[in-house]
Design a protein around this ligand. Structure first.
Ligand code: ADP
Ligand code: ZN
Length: 619
């Protein structure tokens, strides 16, 4: 690893190998005024012929890091991408910008694929997208033997790591590209940054000489909310009603729950479609496509729906079940707000999730070592769920990044959670578990604490115990919260081989002996209910538009939809929301004024700039 060689400013860079200055291309084609974050550093580095590993969170603009060099370099840039949906989406966007780009995939007609090949041979393509399995086939080398490759980009490169959850065997073959095309710079990109995956990427792709470019993983425009499950569907409905008019994703754990939730939402006035791996492939593709094309659709999905989403205006992501891990949660919520506009993430979870997840780990057939890792991952996730501090800070610190004590844009920052010294209550709960023989689940333990003369209590003589009725000062709900937090804190566990009995963990002794204080969150469902009650907000109102600007924005949005239908491309391919918002507030009246707006490049302006200008003039 060596450090970035600090060449001159990017504006001054004009290598004879480069056919257009990067900044000129950025302004002319993309219509962006400037590079964002570390884009300029990466691009400068690539154009100087070096390898790079780019670790930016979703929405920081990774694609530009290879698309722009692709345009500026004389030959063709090969982009390896794991999903056809993703490739086609990017190609569609590039074409809308007037860039010569294509993708090769197995379901193309022979005619189509022949046309693309001949364009490639004739040197007419700037970027070509391919799947990993194709790159390593001999046919690929034959095809590319005759064309000058300027750059190789490996997108979603975490797929090479068996550590993460998107492992793709075909990615392992990509190491060969180094030998096949010696001297051609390679850029690998991902939004996954955990050190283990990163080391895998470097090793598997032989990127030892690559400079690593990393950006803060914070996504300040996403607001994080984690709520205790009360009535999940009602909680979800309230959340979705606040997002009326925009589009988002609701994640569920099981296929069945996906189907049922989608039906239920439609019955309750929310336009929703399901998506999971077990569906008819045609319906699945249709639903994915609907999500790209429609602006008000809620997609209810399992985590099978993910990587292929390029849609920049996903306004919300909700989890109805505990996600697989904190890494998974951050990836999934990160699909909201790629465009930088305010977006929301909601997770609803309860004790059942913890119990179920522990059971999945315990009953799985993984090795003890893997089970240990899975338990650690679960406990990291529960730590975020149960924190009384800032969620964002806790998440970022898990990823090794420091952050201010309060972000101001998560539920605990907006509505500070009270904490209380739960040591006494914890001792009572632990004692009730212990005295009843560590043979019962939470419901019975809580009955004992509350002194409920149930049949079971009488049958086992639990009504005779000293702990019987010692917890009358707290409600059932408060005790559930105590037990859940004790689980999350690791003082107790659920024994799945014994019908969900609660058991003490060795660390509980310190609580008994009062060596540690147990600080608990005071969550009350009532407070959650109050918190979630909010007025419905129209999509653009959240970005602070005045009423008349909002009206114009809606008119522009309707125009965009019409154009998108006419061209058969997704609305965001025509112009992103950010550009429409700028139109509605700045109200450009001349070509020059319009071209000065971020997202308006020469091609888009010539294709439909005037149509929008007319609406602005009327507005
Ligand atoms: P990532 O791949 O990192 O998730 P994208 O490449 O999809 O991010 O970019 C996120 C959004 O930011 C896109 O809508 C893109 O057009 C926009 N974007 C990227 N670079 C810039 C820039 N320099 N100026 C303005 N917008 C940008
Ligand atoms: Zn916060």
């Amino acid at each position: 690893m060596h450090s970035t060689n600090q060449k001159s400013d990017i504006t001054a860079l004009f290598d004879p190998k480069v056919i257009e200055k990067p900044l000129d291309a950025l302004r002319r084609i993309w219509g962006y005024q400037d590079f964002r974050g570390k884009q300029a550093d990466v691009i400068r580095h690539i154009l100087a012929g070096n390898d790079a590993l780019v670790l930016f969170p979703t929405g920081k603009g990774k694609s530009l890091c290879f698309q722009l060099p692709g345009v500026c370099l004389p030959g063709v840039t090969v982009v390896v991408s794991p999903l056809v949906a993703l490739m086609r989406d990017q190609v569609e966007e590039l074409k809308a910008l007037g860039v010569e780009a294509e993708c090769l995939w197995s379901q193309q007609s022979e005619e189509e694929s022949r046309a693309i090949r001949s364009k490639l041979r004739a040197g007419k393509l700037k970027l070509i997208y391919v799947t990993p399995e194709r790159v390593v086939l001999p046919g690929f080398a034959d095809l590319f033997g005759t064309v000058p490759i300027s750059l190789i980009a490996i997108d979603e490169c975490h797929c090479v790591s068996s550590w993460g959850h998107n492992f793709r065997k075909d990615y392992l073959g990509l190491a060969k590209l180094k030998e096949l095309y010696p001297g051609v710079p390679r850029i690998a990109l991902t939004a996954t940054a955990d050190p283990h995956t990163r080391d895998d990427i470097i090793r598997q792709l032989e990127l030892d000489d690559a400079v690593i470019f990393m950006d803060s993983f914070d996504r300040p425009n996403i607001s994080y909310h984690i709520a205790e499950r009360d009535n999940a569907r009602t909680q979800l409905l309230r959340f979705l009603q606040r997002h009326d008019g925009s589009s988002g994703i609701v994640y569920c754990l099981s296929r069945r729950k996906v189907e049922e939730t989608a039906i239920w939402l439609n019955d309750h006035g929310i336009k929703a479609r399901p998506y999971h791996a077990g569906m008819d492939p045609n319906v699945k593709a249709q639903n994915q496509d609907a999500f790209r094309m429609e602006e008000e659709l809620c997609l209810v999905a399992t985590v099978a729906f993910g990587m292929g989403i390029n849609k920049p205006n996903v306004r919300y992501v909700a989890h109805l079940d505990l996600p697989s891990s904190l890494e998974g949660y951050y990836q999934e919520t990160g699909r909201a707000g790629r465009d930088g506009l305010p977006s929301e993430a909601l997770m609803i979870y309860g004790m059942q999730d913890i119990v179920q997840r522990q059971r999945m780990i315990d009953e799985g057939d993984a090795t003890d070592e893997i089970k240990r890792i899975e338990r650690a991952k679960l406990s990291a996730l529960l730590g975020i769920c149960e924190t009384a501090g800032c969620r964002r800070r806790a998440i970022l610190s898990h990823f090794g990044e420091s952050a201010p004590a309060h972000c101001g844009n998560c539920d605990t920052c907006k509505n500070p959670v009270e904490t209380w010294d739960g040591s006494e209550a914890s001792i009572k709960a632990l004692a009730a578990i212990y005295r009843t023989g560590e043979r019962f689940g939470a419901a019975h333990v809580i009955d004992v604490l509350l002194g409920k003369p149930t049949e079971r209590a009488q049958k086992f003589g639990h009504d005779e115990l000293a702990v019987f009725g010692v917890g009358k000062e707290l409600s059932v709900h408060a005790w559930q919260s105590v037990v859940r937090q004790l689980l999350a804190l690791g003082y107790i566990r659920v024994a799945h081989d014994e019908y969900g009995a609660l058991k003490l963990e060795p660390s509980a002794h310190a609580v008994f002996k009062k060596e540690v204080a147990v600080v608990l969150r005071r969550d009350t469902i009532d407070a959650v209910r109050k918190r979630e009650r909010g007025k419905p907000v129209a999509s653009a109102a959240r970005s602070g538009l005045a009423t008349e600007d909002e009206r114009l924005f809606q008119a522009l949005r309707a125009k965009r939809l019409a154009i998108s239908k006419e061209l058969g491309v997704a609305p965001y391919v025509v112009f992103p929301d950010t550009t429409l918002i700028a139109f509605a507030t700045i109200r450009p009246r001349t070509e020059k004024e319009m071209l000065a707006i971020s997202g308006v490049g020469a091609t888009k302006f010539s294709r439909y700039g005037l149509q929008f200008m007319e609406i602005i003039a009327d507005g």
